[in-house]
Design a protein around this ligand. Sequence first.
Ligand code: SF4
Length: 335
Amino acid sequence: MVQQQVEAEKKTDQTLVEVKGLKVHFPIKGGLLGRTVANVKSVDGVDLFVRRGETLGLVGESGCGKTTTGRAILQLIKPTAGSVKLNGVELTTLPSNEIRKRRAEMQMVFQDPFGSLDPRYTVGQIVAEPLENFQRGTPKQIREEVAHLLEVVGINPYYVNRFAHEFSGGQRQRIGIARALALHPSFIVADEPVSALDVSIQAQVLNLLQDLQGQFGLTYLFVAHNLSVVKHISERVAVMYLGRVVELAQSASLYETPLHPYTQALLSAVPVPDPDIEARRKRIILEGDVPSPVNPPSGCNFHPRCWKAQAICREVIPPLEEKQSNHYAACHFPG
Ligand code: SF4
């Protein structure tokens, strides 16, 4: 019993971010009075945790709620329900001025390196902005810190007075990363940070993110729809389907022995470089479309497309449970 308590305490100590029952519902207004007639259940009961210093990949198809989950964890979107703890502190009940102070600990790298940098400001002003807002030093110290941050992400500080549109997509993403690092956060949500970049540049930015993780002691939630990218960078991977996490495991375990039918279908679609294996491989073709998040199916929301579905799947929501050591799945018939 004592040993169990010690293990539980160790686990808590390792956890930087803990999310339980997170929901984000967007109201649809209708009628003359503009009343709420329905809700888009974009995130509908997400459970996950991120350990200190790790990268947790969050994958799923477009519209599954992964970006909204990342934004709701950072409190950029107000959650409808659920709990989000950063370093043991509950964020969902904090007043906005307290959330603002916590912004220094948690930052976001955005998907679109073209839209996320203000075209009216120079690169130096963009990276300096969070330092000035949080009064992190004199103007001279801030100038020196900006030069250091640009150097760290591979941008020559000589270009500090240039505007964002004068840089390539990869360089802009590096500038966005420098801005996210300015306040030395412990947690970064990277929202599809390479999906808008040329393939030749993607690996460079991924390697940069990995180098910075060691250098700055960062913890990442890495949001992506590309399973190959997530495998490259993540220690663990969480798979989302229609607003819920359906599987969460160490990368190796998830890619080698996926337990949830949806993960099995996703992985069966990833091409294998060996032509012999590729020719013999069996693909799982899912029938039907992803249901609408306005009116998701009852019970397990994957049941209309699942070849293993039974009566219980239509009635009871399967909880995300540890089915094997450190391998969680939300399925009544995993494996
Ligand atoms: Fe399929 Fe049932 Fe598992 Fe859902 S709970 S994934 S319907 S087997």
